[in-house]
Every structure is written in C-alpha cells, then in structure tokens.
Design a protein around this ligand. Structure first.
Ligand SMILES: Nc1ncnc2c1ncn2[C@@H]1O[C@H](COP(=O)(O)OP(=O)(O)OP(=O)(O)O)[C@@H](O)[C@H]1O
Ligand SMILES: [Mg+2]
Length: 252
C-alpha cells in the first residue's frame, strides 16, 4: 500500500508546490510509482509539470462532482509519475462542500480505489486551512510542512499544528508529521541561519536535515514545465530535492 503525503502550510509562497513537484519527480525517477494530486485552484503543480491543456477530469470533478479518481489522471513527462490535475473551479469548492455528508472524507474515500497502485501519493494544497486542505489532512498518512527561511517563518505554524492535532483527535488518528522543511535558505544572510536555528530549537526531531537553498533554477523550472532534475540536474536546488527525497524515504 502506498504512503500518502500531504504538503501543506496555510502561508502562501513557502515552497509547497515546488516541494511537491520535485520530490514526486525524484521518487518517480528513482523507480517508484507516484501520483501527484493538485487540489489548489491556482493549478501551479499542474502547470509546473507542463500540463496546460487538461483532457481528463480534474480534482474538482472528484471532490465536488463525485467522479472516480481514475477518470482524473493524466500522464506526465515522467513515465512513473501520474497527475490528478487541478481546475480553477476549485475556488468554489469550499462554498459547494459544506452541506455535504462526510464532507471531510471525500478525498480519502476517493483515494481508496488507487492507494494500492502507487508507492507514493503527494497532495499539493492551497495556501489555506480550508475544507480542501482538511480533506487532504484526513486522507494522508504523513504531512510535510515547508517553512520559508524568513522572519515570520514560525507565524501560523502553531495554528497549523493545532489543526493537525484536531484532525488526529477526530478525523484521522494516524496522521503523522513527516517533517518541517526549511526552504529558500540564503547562505549569504544571517537571517536564514537564525531562522533555521530557531525552527530546529522548537522542533528538533521534526525538522528535516535537508535544507532547500534559494536557487534561481528552482524558480525558473516551472515555466518550462519541468522538474528541477530535468531542467538543471546539477544545480544546488536539484541536489537538495534529491537529498530530501532520500530523507523522506528514510523516515518511512
Ligand atoms: N528554493 C527556492 N528558491 C528560489 N525560488 C523558489 C524556491 N522555492 C520556491 N520558489 C519560488 O517561490 C515561489 C513560491 O513557491 P511555491 O509556488 O512552491 O510556493 P507555494 O507554497 O506552493 O505557494 P502557494 O501558497 O501560492 O501555493 C514560486 O515562484 C517558486 O518558483
Ligand atoms: Mg502552491
């Protein structure tokens, strides 16, 4: 049975999508079969993997329309990686879902059909703790929290961890935190290393050893529809996501 990872942080622009794409592709290129599910109305993971014309159903059809997840799958450049693309319609999901029966379990129920067919499933969340993110937390085995190396890094983390605790108590008792991932580390600034130190001192066991550097190549890759391992396999960003993928597997 595959492990379901949710990549979440209600803070925007911290590296959720970059982490989802590059970790998924690293694992797929190492031979694992991987499914990436994009549940963000911004469709950044979908587009960042080069999928601009969606010909299948989308995660919106699965979550709001009751479509089977197998009808919402598209192949990617990477033979071992399949994507469930997002749709801008997801912007309305939080309004459409509240009256639904088992509204927090829709994604979890939908995934049951395919969880045995993949080694890893990654879910890329929107920057909010809305019902979509809640569905992902309920469906997942493990949570990865990207934390940007900047002054307000810890802000909001408490609220996220409280939400995880609430999910554990009611909806998904086995949800585990795989790790906090420090992203956009800038070796030239003292602030970056101070923030890493601070997060490590608060969460010594939870913080991954791997730190993702701020790397221009990582920000360029999505506009070419490529993961970093394809766009520039020798850059520092590529090395870092390779290390992260190994660490994620080690923490299994
Ligand atoms: N390590 C990095 N170095 C340089 N740029 C990065 C890095 N990680 C992410 N970026 C860039 O920063 C921006 C935000 O990253 P990303 O989209 O992964 O964050 P996000 O948390 O998914 O954002 P959102 O909350 O909007 O979904 C993007 O333009 C991305 O290309
Ligand atoms: Mg994103």
């Amino acid at each position: 049975m595959g492990t379901i990872y949710v990549v979440a942080n209600q803070k925007g622009g911290v590296g959720k999508t970059t982490t989802c794409i590059n970790t998924s592709v690293c694992l797929a290129e190492a031979g694992a079969s991987v499914l990436l599910i994009d549940i963000d109305a911004q469709c950044n993971a979908t587009n960042g993997l080069g999928l601009h014309e969606v010909t299948s159903n989308t995660s919106y059809d699965v979550i709001c329309g009751g479509a089977s997840i197998t009808t919402a799958m598209m192949p990617t450049l990477y033979p071992q990686l399949t994507v469930v693309p997002a749709s801008p319609d997801l912007a309305g999901a939080s309004v459409e879902l509240p009256d639904r029966d088992r509204r927090e379990f829709i994604l979890s129920d939908a995934l049951r059909e395919v969880v045995d067919s993949y080694d890893f499933i990654f879910i890329d969340c929107p920057p909010s703790l809305d019902l979509l993110t809640l569905n992902a937390l309920v469906a997942a085995d493990k949570l990865i929290v990207p934390v940007q190396c900047e002054y307000y890094a810890l802000e909001g983390l408490g609220h996220l961890l409280q939400t995880v605790e609430a999910v554990r108590q009611g909806l998904n008792p086995t949800l585990a935190i795989s790790g906090l991932l420090m992203t956009m580390y800038d070796a030239r600034t003292r602030l970056s290393s101070q923030v890493v130190q601070e997060v490590r001192s608060h969460f010594p066991d939870l913080t991954y050893n791997t730190v993702i550097p701020r790397n221009i190549r990582l920000s360029e890759a999505p506009s070419f529809g490529m993961a970093i391992s394809r766009y520039d396999p020798t850059c520092a960003g590529s090395d870092a996501y390779f290390d992260l993928a190994s660490e994620v597997v080690d923490r299994e």
